[in-house]
Design a protein around this ligand. Structure first.
Ligand code: HEC
Ligand code: HEC
Length: 350
């Protein structure tokens, strides 16, 4: 009996020490997301004169914390089916927030049929994709994630995200729940609503800074308006957000029907959403099928009145003759829409 009695206090002391050492063991540092201020007041999201306020769904209010979470997800390759792509992979700064390829190559090397569009000011759009088939940014984000672009199984990815402490904390903090396919899409959409171009040399000139652009660019802005480019590339978004047939790809063996697939209206055959011209000099190659390599050729094609076909939007687009100097000025104006861009890759939870 004696050995047991002397052993007991030792055992208690040892257990107590163990407890103390467990309690003082430093917990792994909590993930600190980098939360950026929103580019503008979310209640009245109209950063510049001329921008309509952004329409933000009532069930997905924009907060800095949610945009920060969405930004991490947007840059995280763990969201894709093959672990190799993030949303950002195809919407890259150096390429005007496109991917620099004629048509995109999705997860598992899947060759897609269309070119990556720019993300600048995407939160101001009401319909998404070249054919506008998605009617909310949340719906679009979910589709891009599940579809050929990212090739992911959202349930599987969400389960993995919920194993990552830094993400789990943020989902709890932002949504009051674990990650779900829906709230991932909501966070992604929130980040995308902060991708704003409002500070190009052209914007600064419009705001009164005379020296922000060259005289050639100023003359080019006049040419742009006189050539009726503004019929479609209108307002500060440089898009009317409407679909037009300008003839691209219509002579293919099986042409991409574009908006027609959604509306089934004859006038929408081969019509695509007018792309923004912000950062356009960076986003080669051009058009929905990436068929044109340089900005000069793309502009020549538009000046020629598009490519003739039975559905061409001749009401808005007619051939325009320009002198070499006017054309050079027009290009100089387009380059004044370049948007300074830094990748701004966020730190991701491990
Ligand atoms: C493999 C390249 C690729 C990846 C990865 C990718 N995208 Fe895209 N994205 C595209 C292409 C191509 C389109 C146009 C498809 C179409 O119009 O049919 C597009 C279209 C979009 C649009 C609509 C733009 C517009 O003008 O209407 C948004 C928004 C978008 N992507 C966001 C995302 C998000 C969010 C992710 C990540 C979940 C993502 N993309 C991942 C290539 C990619
Ligand atoms: C009828 C409406 C309309 C008019 C007018 C118009 N555009 Fe476009 N533009 C479009 C559409 C639609 C596209 C995309 C077509 C496609 O990819 O099939 C486009 C594409 C472009 C592109 C390539 C954009 C990209 O991201 O690939 C450039 C550059 C361009 N237009 C410049 C101009 C210029 C310069 C003018 C005036 C000379 C002009 N456009 C007049 C509707 C128009």
């Amino acid at each position: 009996m004696k050995p047991v009695r002397t052993f007991l206090p030792v055992f208690i002391l040892f257990s107590a020490l163990l407890l103390v050492s467990c309690a003082t063991e430093p917990a792994p540092p909590a993930f600190e997301p980098e939360v950026l201020p929103l580019p503008s007041d979310p209640a009245n999201y109209a950063p510049l004169d001329g921008f309509e306020a952004m329409s933000i769904p009532a069930d997905n209010p924009l907060t800095p914390e949610k945009a920060a979470l969405g930004r991490q997800l947007y840059y995280d390759q763990r969201l894709s089916g093959d672990g190799k792509l993030s949303c950002y992979s195809c919407h890259v700064c150096e390429n005007g927030l496109t991917d620099g390829r004629p048509v995109a190559i999705g997860a598992f090397e899947k060759v897609l049929t269309r070119s990556s569009p720019s993300m600048w000011n995407i939160g101001y759009h009401a319909e998404f994709y070249w054919d506008g088939r998605a009617t909310s940014l949340e719906g679009q984000a979910l589709a891009a994630w599940k579809g050929g672009n990212m090739g992911a199984d959202p349930d599987q990815v969400v389960a993995a995200l919920n194993q990552i402490e830094g993400y789990k904390q943020q989902f709890q903090n932002v949504f009051g729940s674990n990650a779900t396919a829906e709230n991932v899409a909501q966070a992604l959409a929130s980040h995308m609503r902060t991708i704003i171009s409002q500070d190009t040399p052209w914007d600064r000139w419009q705001a009164g800074e005379e020296g922000a652009v060259s005289d050639a660019a100023k003359r080019g802005w006049e040419v742009f308006q006189q050539a009726n480019c503004t019929n479609c590339h209108s307002g500060v978004l440089f898009t009317d957000l409407v679909y037009h047939n300008v003839g691209i790809g219509m002579d293919d063996e099986t042409p991409d029907v574009g908006r027609y697939k959604v509306s089934e209206a004859d006038r929408d055959m081969g019509a695509f959403k007018t792309p923004t011209l912000r950062d356009i000099s960076q986003s080669a190659p051009y058009f929905h099928n990436g068929s044109v390599a340089t900005l000069e050729e793309a502009v020549d094609l538009m000046l020629a009145g598009g490519i003739d076909n039975p559905h061409l939007d001749t009401a808005n687009l007619q051939p325009t003759e320009l002198s070499d100097e006017e054309k050079a000025d027009l290009l100089e104006f387009l380059r004044s829409l370049d948007q300074p861009c830094e990748p701004n890759v966020p730190k991701l939870p491990e």
